[in-house]
Design a binder for this molecule. Structure first.
Ligand SMILES: Cc1cc2nc3c(=O)[nH]c(=O)nc-3n(C[C@H](O)[C@H](O)[C@H](O)COP(=O)(O)OP(=O)(O)OC[C@H]3O[C@@H](n4cnc5c(N)ncnc54)[C@H](O)[C@@H]3O)c2cc1C
Length: 419
């Protein structure tokens, strides 16, 4: 059997491990335009900050691919798929025929429509090469502008602050982490990111233009303010890399549509990770959840099915967490309430701890947590995964109006239900 895996991130690598487990003799080829062996994207901002050493970024040793009998084609991208032949064409004009194909190409940063966005000195952060460009620019830089207030932007801002830069985070929305929180969380979330010297957060504001002679020197804000800067990092979301599916008959929406076995609408072609629209338990429907752990599970399920074992993906619950300084915010499941949901908000004294829980028909579907309340994230996630009726434990979940210990006790008291 010939397996071709497009992508060398967590989805692709988990699939190759699963395939090899079931099929010791199959021919596996992994294709990636990046030249590095499997590494952690989650650690990139900590590497920029100088808090993680380069060798510790890698999740696979030098001999990983050889040991697994896997052929690597690094530094080349898939450009076209022909499911009729069936064959994949690569950017180096090579053609690979396959029996089973996995699409695990992840996503790419969105490029906002801002004048000057192509100037040198404007960066994105998706790959190690991106991180290296930012890290190389940091020592000679004084001030950075980060466009966007999402998870990657905030982690990047922390990394640059650690390198001694002054950082302006400019956010279109009137709150941080707007994709994974609700408006009522804005104060509690903002509190986590306030305080470090050198960090300026500007909410409800756009960068209207980037200007500079030869490289970026100034950001024009929609407030009329101008911020001199040496580096700009753009974090305005990502788009799944689905371009190569065009004309193949593979059904797509925002991402690639898959069934419960991670197979696309074209038999023999599978998809996993950031590129795939998979069942989201809290939403009760398919969604794009750009999460490392989801990519690992989906890749594994895809790999098993590609190698002939019938395995289903049970679905996932989003868990996004951002630590910043000493604080942390966690968003679980579907934190944004919809009509008919029941919402309970608990805030500790001084606002240091905060939990907002969203229920649907007595079942927990989402939560936003800060302070010590984040310690309950694992338990709350289990409740969402199991979609168990939370009514019998509602008193304990909600506790007293400001009593976080009651939520924290949940870990002990529901262990039999949520394990
Ligand atoms: C800075 C940063 C921080 C993050 N922090 C977190 C976090 O804290 N927690 C969390 O859960 N998630 C985090 N994520 C998201 C997480 O990294 C992704 O959800 C995860 O990497 C998705 O895995 P994937 O295998 O689907 O795609 P990727 O990891 O993006 O891998 C895609 C692979 O496909 C390759 N590729 C691209 N185009 C082609 C092509 N045409 N042909 C062949 N190969 C191609 C790429 O080179 C790459 O090897 C973070 C992401 C970034 C960038």
């Amino acid at each position: 059997m010939k397996y071709v895996i497009l992508g060398n991130g967590p989805a692709g690598v988990s699939a190759l491990v699963a395939i090899r487990e079931l099929d010791p003799a199959g021919e596996i080829t992994v294709v990636s335009p990046e030249t590095w062996r499997y590494y952690s994207k989650i650690l990139l901002t900590r590497w920029i900050a100088g808090k993680v050493r380069f060798p510790n970024l890698f999740l696979a040793g030098e001999g990983f691919y050889d040991r697994n009998g896997v052929k690597t084609l690094f530094g080349v991208a898939a450009t076209r798929i022909d499911p009729e032949r069936p064959v994949v064409e690569l950017s180096n004009r090579q053609r690979l025929d396959y029996d089973r194909l996995l699409l695990a190409m992840g996503s790419s940063p969105q490029v906002p429509d801002i004048r000057g966005i192509r100037l040198p000195g404007v960066h994105y952060l998706r790959t190690f090469d991106d991180a290296e460009r930012i890290a190389l620019a940091a020592p000679s830089a004084r001030r950075a502008v980060v466009i966007g207030g999402g998870l990657v932007s905030l982690k990047t801002a922390e990394g640059l602050l650690a390198r001694g830069l002054e950082v302006w985070v400019v956010v279109s929305s009137d709150r941080l982490l707007s994709q994974i929180t609700a408006p009522e969380d804005s104060e509690a979330v903002l509190r986590i990111f306030q305080g470090p010297p050198g960090l300026h957060i500007v909410l409800g504001c756009d960068v209207s233009e980037l200007e500079g002679r030869g490289r970026v020197e100034e950001a024009h804000l929609s407030t009329g303010e101008r911020v001199e800067c040496d580096i700009v990092v753009v974090g305005k979301g990502v788009t799944p890399n689905i371009l190569v599916t065009r004309g193949t008959g593979i059904a797509t929406a925002r991402g690639v549509i898959v069934d419960g076995r991670m197979q696309t609408s074209v038999p023999g072609i599978y998809a996993a990770g950031d590129i795939a629209e998979c069942y989201d338990i809290a939403r009760g429907k398919a969604a794009l959840n750009a999460l490392w752990s989801s990519a690992v599970w989906q890749g594994r399920v895809a790999g098993y099915n590609m190698a002939g074992r019938d395995v289903s993906y049970a679905g996932d619950v989003a868990l996004n967490s951002v630590t910043f300084g000493g604080g942390c915010v966690v968003a679980l499941g579907r934190p944004r309430p919809e009509a008919g949901d029941e919402v309970h908000t608990l805030a500790g004294k001084g606002g240091g701890e905060y939990a907002r829980l969203v229920f649907r028909d007595g079942r927990l579907v989402g939560a936003v947590l800060t302070g010590r309340a984040v310690e309950t994230a694992g338990v709350l996630r289990s409740l969402i995964v199991r979609q168990a009726d939370a009514t019998p434990i509602m008193d304990r979940l909600l506790g007293g109006r400001t009593s976080y210990p009651r939520i924290l006790n949940l870990k002990l008291s529901v262990s039999g239900i949520a394990s």
